[in-house]
Design a protein around this ligand. Structure first.
Ligand code: GCU
Length: 421
């Protein structure tokens, strides 16, 4: 049992967060290799053809919600191109991805840095929290005009818009210079371009573009905000496929925290992503839900009611009923390389649960002849481990830092460079 104290959150009650390992309940993880008829999957082909679609469908209907099958119309406009960005070391582009359906249109703004070379480069692609102007301190990037959250702890975000003061506020989280110096492109877009990070009943952002006439909200198994953000990452990849400066077959999708949950779901939904990186993604990301440690399904659904589909609420304080757990989300990414990382002080995200999420995906990777973490035990801090599944625990708080990026770049050198054509 978790600590039996009940707290009130947004008018409902859920159990309080437990960070005491001795109070983790006994739990059984669903076996990714036993299908819905009780049959064991023994080959990579069976996994891809039958079992993988079953698990993917469960995550769609019970956790993140199903994205529309309808393909929107996409138009790409290069709004600016600067050939001497970052002191002459990179080319910088700002691109509008205009998404439209019969119901209207939505502009998404992609920022792309590419090192100066004449061959297509591998890319890190991820969403940012507060607008592209926050990613570097370069003074001439368009200020975000999208749904932003007023944050007393983030400089320059006021009344839902970005001001000059917000330039560079997320630069330590993006390490653009380091990424470019190592020979990778970096592409990013603000999550608020796709869908607001608050509970708006799905009236803004991308959802209404897919409502049928007279419809005002989706069904209980339809996409919520994380699925919308993940969908947006795929639209960014659609653009990257048209840009000759990058190699769209070598795109690592990356994200921190709620955007790490998003990166994992994006890689699970879109097999064009060559690699996935989950930084401190926690509950609904890499961490096992059934451990009921740190943030729980009940707490996340109460505090962020717009992130997951309504069906996910069935598991509030009842993680034992979940038909899937997050190791199977990582398994959906197989055989592609996956890096899961945690921070030692980030108990809320359950570092051990994240490690175990990665660990328990190993049997699926093994079907493809791929090696996982190579240990049963959580490694010490600053000790990255693994093969195609990789993991590290960084000292410190919930964040994405230069240390984290160094490991991701080393990982990409190993697995995105080797497939260079
Ligand atoms: C909150 C939330 C987490 C999330 C994090 C973030 O802490 O509870 O689930 O990962 O915000 O996105 O920073």
């Amino acid at each position: 049992m978790t600590a039996g104290i009940v707290v009130a959150v947004a008018g409902e009650t859920v159990k309080k967060e437990n960070i005491d390992e001795s109070k983790v309940p006994p739990y059984t993880l669903p076996d990714p290799l036993i299908d819905s008829h009780g049959r064991r999957v023994t080959t990579a082909e069976e996994w891809m053809e039958t079992r993988r679609p079953e698990i993917h469908r469960l995550f769609e209907t019970e956790v993140y919600g199903r994205a529309p099958r309808e393909a929107p119309k996409l138009e790409f406009h290069v709004d600016s191109e600067k050939r001497d960005a970052l002191g002459g070391r990179a080319i910088r582009k700002e691109v509008t991805i205009d998404v439209s359906t019969a119901r209207g249109h939505l502009p998404l703004h992609l920022l792309l840095y590419t090192p100066k070379t004449d061959h297509p480069l591998p890319v890190f692609l991820g969403l940012n929290f507060h607008g592209n102007q926050g990613v570097t301190s370069e003074p001439d990037i368009q200020l975000a005009q999208c749904w932003l959250i007023n944050r007393p702890d983030v400089r320059g975000i006021l009344d839902n818009h970005a001001t000059e003061e917000s330039r560079g506020t997320e630069s330590s989280r993006w390490q653009v210079e380091q990424v470019v110096a190592r020979g990778y492109a970096l592409a990013t877009m603000c999550c608020g371009d796709i869908d607001p990070d608050f509970d708006d009943g799905f009236q803004n952002g991308v959802h209404p573009l897919f409502y049928s006439k007279g419809q005002t909200h989706g069904a209980d198994d339809e996409w919520a905000t994380i699925a919308a953000w993940a969908w947006g990452l795929s639209r960014a990849l659609d653009y990257l496929e048209t840009d000759k400066s990058v190699d769209a077959k070598r795109v690592a999708v990356i994200g921190h925290s709620r955007l790490g949950k998003t990166a994992l779901w994006a890689a699970a939904c879109d097999q064009r992503f060559a690699m996935a990186i989950s930084n401190d993604s926690g509950c609904g990301g890499a961490a096992l839900s059934k451990r009921v440690f740190g943030e729980t399904v009940g707490l996340i659904n109460k505090n962020f009611p717009h992130w997951f589909c309504r069906n996910f609420r069935k598991y509030n304080d009842h993680e034992e009923l979940l038909p899937v757990d997050q190791h199977e989300l990582i398994a959906l990414i197989a055989p592609r390389p996956i890096y899961v990382a945690s921070a030692s002080d980030d108990k809320h995200a359950d570092p051990l649960g994240e490690f175990l999420g990665a660990k328990n995906a190993e049997p699926v990777y093994k079907l493809f002849g791929k090696k996982g973490l190579g240990t049963k035990d959580m490694p010490p801090v600053e000790h990255p481990i693994g093969d195609v599944i990789h993991y590290h625990l960084r000292t410190g708080k919930h964040d994405i830092t230069a240390y984290d990026w160094q490991q991701y770049l080393d990982f990409a050198d190993r697995y995105l460079r080797e497939s260079q054509g």
